[in-house]
Design a protein around this ligand. Structure first.
Ligand code: MGD
Ligand code: MGD
Ligand code: SF4
Ligand code: SF4
Ligand code: MO
Length: 884
């Protein structure tokens, strides 16, 4: 604390605080127009000026820090007159009508408070753009405070807005294009959020919504906190919350892509398909129908003829109930979720080598790391708020290595971009390990205390010298060496990886090769380091962690270890047979052994690799229960019963994000029609099947308390605490501060971890004369997975369709033009997509997203799976392309 005197009265305020904040804290707030706590001080508007004893001129309190003994005057007549003059200058060219019609805008409040009249004088220059679906521009209201310029630079890192020209010609406009989007805008809305006047505004939101509700974003695993505005039972606006996870920032999906919630084709009534046609049913009819069919199937074929798929989009509480339903009500361990297809390889590799199958470090370490190693991950599009933080760190001087076949946005900024041939992660990371050893770039102390198996490993990777493998990987040996030196030389280097590592024949093993690098260089168990999978959906970490996995119970506890405790708590015996994972369920369905499947919040038909194989499997089932917001592709093609679910905007619970935080979701609007939260539906069905007991929770909080009782590392995460604190598990009791950084003094598997020699097993999916190109699939900023949600928002205007991305040289050789439809053939199927010619992909390679059901990119992908946990190889398919 520091003692300062404000207007003659002493006050104790935070030492080192911004003077502007300290004044507000002491009840002597001063006005400001250009200040935003997310930004470095601007000092431009001169409204926050105060008199400080000993300083000749008024001081901008937004740019000064508190000093012990300071004597400050905040509202002297001279200061107030100065403020009025400065405001009058800003108001000279300001439209009076705007000030009158939207009195709640901060700048308009200032004008009213100081009695300053807007003067409507004409302007020389004014940027106009009505083309963005979300961001409106009314630059006749611009006061040149530069907040939009600074937030785009300092928070998002996009550098779209610029203050152009000087004097009376000064105006704010995109510097690199005629419109916002041409100027590089990624539609995060940060500029709208900070603009004090409404010169930038949300086109689709009212200026003053009714109620605000704090919740967690439903899209990616970053887990941004946001405030949802509702009016008339509808979501009308979303704003970023100032919270450690996202620090007052959102991306376009969290900020703007909410209108799916009120889409006209939202399913709001249960439905049963009879004679090929969907007919509406009451909840009683639908639940009785399912209960009868399940009873009959279990009586005839046993409980292992049924499978349950939890949802990475639903809450922890709902996923907990789903796996409890499978194990207790049905009597099967056949339960899984879509973690299977993305980061189960990461979880498996991390758990096997270190003991915890989750990210080692937290997002706050981004600002500590000296270097980043990004492997097969595209955060500026897929985890944009983390992507922006990484970009800011790199702009401030952190080193960056990107390992990705494509020139992603972050690859553009990288010190070294290893544009490897898809499918060659294992030799590439083995080569980096070989360099670390050969060049002595090792953390000897860490190796001595925490690592075993060095000699065998060193002998093994010597065969992977960069000069030997670089050709096969499609990169230069010098670049592999440069990358290894950056990773080892940073003090603390943080590794993030994604599906470019996991969705391969060698997915799990690829991640193991990354863990080797961290062990060799001591980049584990300390801030700013770690191996960090960027988890996919809002709650994919939680879905598996709650036990939607055939081999583990809640808290990733192995059935063989924790089984007896669960049996005691649940009052029943656990199923004796091994469960099937999702891919094994598909195999069993094809073989006629699986008869029924309940999938909630997971469009498996569209999203699983190799449509033909998925179709064969799903077509063989007697009962397919789909529980979703929309009639998704699985429901359309194979559904027997459809149960309408409430969305995250409409229910309470928790999500678990990518850096192990458990965060609340809170209902902001009521569910439409008869839609019900997933937790209600699961309990209702359990009741029908004679298991009302054990499924009689009256709220998600009650479910969560049962989770905490069974999961030792989550025991301290009560609803009360997570409402106040941002906590990372392990958090074993209510006084525990949580664990942002894992493995600090030991690993859960013991004091040491062992290096893993991993030989290279190439994928059978190789190019030849008939299929000469390699297709890799993935994502884009504006759409999310199955597209059910973003496809029902104006994001479709920002990106209307999936495309097939091709290098200019290949397009020229094939005589294909940008935008024309092309047919893509693989050994497995055919799809037609519009061509997008781009230098982002290398010659010989292609990239496509899978967000459009009508284009159905998974008609092309193969049946190759990860050797250990069976994640499909979405990332490598040999194809041929011809005019469509
Ligand atoms: N906007 C948006 N955000 C999303 C999603 C979305 O659909 N849209 N989905 C969410 C989900 S479910 C997930 S799992 C995450 C996924 O997020 P990411 O892991 O970032 O996903 P992808 O875009 O599928 O793949 C990442 C990168 O892997 C590269 N790659 C392909 N093959 C290889 C290879 O052999 N080696 C290496 N090193 N790289 C390769 C691709 O070029 C691509 O840039 O995103 C989540 N966030
Ligand atoms: N070619 C190719 N295919 C891929 C991938 C790839 O990289 N390439 N990636 C794979 C990966 S990593 C993943 S995770 C999958 C994703 O595939 P999916 O999991 O199928 O996709 P999502 O769009 O995340 O959401 C699934 C469904 O959840 C519904 N939903 C949302 N909220 C709720 C809720 O609260 N309750 C209920 N009941 N339903 C809800 C949505 O409407 C949607 O239909 O795709 C995989 N498919
Ligand atoms: S558009 Fe808004 S935020 Fe940007 S300079 Fe003008 S008034 Fe400030
Ligand atoms: S970064 Fe992820 S969690 Fe944050 S707003 Fe975007 S989609 Fe939502
Ligand atoms: Mo995913």
């Amino acid at each position: 604390m520091a003692r300062i005197t404000i207007n003659g009265t002493p006050h104790d305020v935070d030492a080192g605080a911004l003077l502007l904040d300290a004044l507000a804290q002491a009840g002597a707030a001063v006005p400001h127009a250009c200040h935003d706590p997310r930004l470095a001080p601007g000092g431009a508007c001169r409204l926050c000026v105060v008199e400080v004893e000993g300083q000749g001129r008024p001081v901008a309190s937004c740019a000064a820090t508190v000093e012990e003994g300071m004597q400050v005057r905040t509202h002297t007549p001279a200061l107030e007159a100065l403020r009025r003059t400065n405001l009058a200058l800003m108001a000279a060219h300001y439209p009076s009508q705007a000030a009158a019609s939207e009195p709640s805008r901060p700048f308009h409040q200032l004008l009213a408070h100081y009695g300053v009249q807007a003067q409507d004088e004409p302007r020389h220059h004014q940027f106009r753009d009505d083309s963005h679906p979300y961001i409106g521009v009314a630059m006749d209201r611009c006061i040149h405070c530069a907040r939009c310029v600074r937030i785009c630079e300092e928070v998002q890192g996009q550098f779209v807005w610029e203050t152009l020209q000087r004097g009376e010609h000064t105006h704010v406009a995109p510097g690199k294009g005629a419109t916002l989007l041409e100027g590089g805008c990624v539609s995060c809305g940060a500029c709208v959020d900070t603009c004090p006047t409404g010169a930038l505004f949300d086109k689709r939101s009212p200026a003053v919504p009714e109620t605000w509700t704090r919740t967690t974003c439903v899209y990616c695993g970053v887990g941004c906190q946001m405030d949802v505005a509702s009016a008339g039972g509808k979501v009308v606006a979303v704003r970023p919350a100032d919270h450690p996870t996202n620090r007052g920032h959102l991306c376009v999906k969290g900020r703007y892509a909410y209108e799916f919630n009120h889409a006209p084709d939202r399913v709001t009534t249960p439905m049963i398909r009879r004679d090929g046609a969907w007919r509406e049913a009451s909840w009683d009819e639908a639940l009785d129908f399912i209960a009868d069919r399940l009873r009959a199937i279990i009586a005839e074929s046993g409980p292992d003829a049924v499978g349950v798929l939890g949802s990475a989009r639903a809450s922890n509480e709902e996923n907990y109930l789903a796996q409890k339903f499978a194990r207790v009500v049905l009597g099967t361990n056949n339960v899984d979720c879509c973690a299977r297809v993305c980061h189960t390889p990461s979880a498996k590799a991390l758990k096997a080598m270190l003991g915890t199958g989750a990210a080692a470090n937290c997002f706050d370490d981004i600002e500590i790391a000296g270097a980043f190693l990004l492997c097969g991950v595209n955060p500026t599009e897929n985890h944009p708020v983390v992507g922006a933080r990484i970009r800011q760190a790199v702009l401030r001087g952190a080193r960056l290595v990107v390992v990705d076949p494509r020139r992603t946005e972050l690859a553009e900024l990288a010190d070294v971009h290893l544009a490897l041939r898809p499918g060659t992660n294992v030799p590439l990371f083995n080569a980096m390990a070989a360099v670390l050893i050969e060049e002595g770039l090792l953390d000897q102390a860490f190796l001595a205390e925490r690592v075993t198996g060095f000699d065998d490993f060193a002998a093994f990777v010597a065969a992977y010298a960069p000069e030997r493998v670089a050709g096969d990987c499609g990169v230069s040996a010098a670049d592999i060496r440069a990358a290894a030196r950056i990773y080892a030389g940073a003090g603390a280097a943080m590794c993030f990886h994604g599906l470019g590592m996991t969705e391969h024949l060698q997915g799990t093993e690829g991640v193991m090769t990354l863990i080797n690098l961290a062990l060799l260089t001591g980049n584990l168990g300390k801030p700013g380091a770690g191996i960090n999978p960027l988890r996919g959906q809002n709650n994919v970490q939680g879905s598996a962690q709650m036990g939607c996995d055939p081999a583990t119970l809640t808290g990733s506890q192995l059935i063989k270890d924790a089984g007896p405790r669960f049996e005691a708590a649940w009052g029943c015996r656990l199923p004796a047979t091994h469960g099937l994972d999702l891919l094994q369920m598909m195999d069993a369905a094809r073989a006629g052994r699986l008869k029924a499947l309940w999938a909630f919040g997971y469009d498996i038909y569209l999203s699983l690799a190799n449509e033909a194989a998925t179709r064969d499997a799903l077509a063989g089932l007697d009962l397919v229960i789909v529980q979703d917001l929309f009639l998704n592709e699985t429901a359309r093609a194979f559904g027997t019963v459809f149960l309408p679910a409430a969305s995250f905007f409409e229910k309470d619970g928790t999500f678990m994000n990518s850096d192990r935080r458990v965060q609340r979701i809170r209902g902001a609007v009521p569910p439409p029609g008869q839609a019900q939260p997933d937790w209600w539906i699961i309990q209702a069905l359990a009741g029908r099947l004679g298991h009302a007991q054990g499924f009689a929770f009256d709220s998600p909080r009650a479910v969560w308390d049962e989770v905490r009782a069974l999961w030792p590392d989550g025991a301290g995460l009560s609803y009360e605490r997570i409402a106040r604190e941002s906590l990372h598990w392990p958090c074993p009791d209510e006084d525990h501060p949580g664990t942002p950084v894992l493995h600090q003094s030991r690993f859960p598997i013991g004091q040491t971890a062992a290096l893993a020699p991993i030989g290279f097993v190439p994928t059978p999916e190789t190019t030849d004369e008939t299929y000469p190109l390699l297709l890799t699939t993935g994502r884009t900023l504006y759409h999310f997975n199955a597209g059910t949600m973003t496809g029902r928002t104006p994001n479709t205007a920002l990106r209307p369709t999936d495309t097939l991305d091709m290098a200019p040289a290949d397009a020229a050789q094939l005589g294909l033009a940008d935008g024309e439809p092309v047919r893509v053939h693989s050994r497995h199927g055919t799809a037609t997509l519009p061509l997008h010619v781009t230098a982002q992909v290398q010659p010989g390679q292609l990239f496509a997203t899978f967000h459009c059901p009508e284009l159905f990119v998974n008609r092309l992908t193969s049946t190759v799976r990860d050797r250990q946990v069976r994640a499909p190889e979405y990332k490598v398919t040999a194809v041929r392309v011809e005019r469509g």
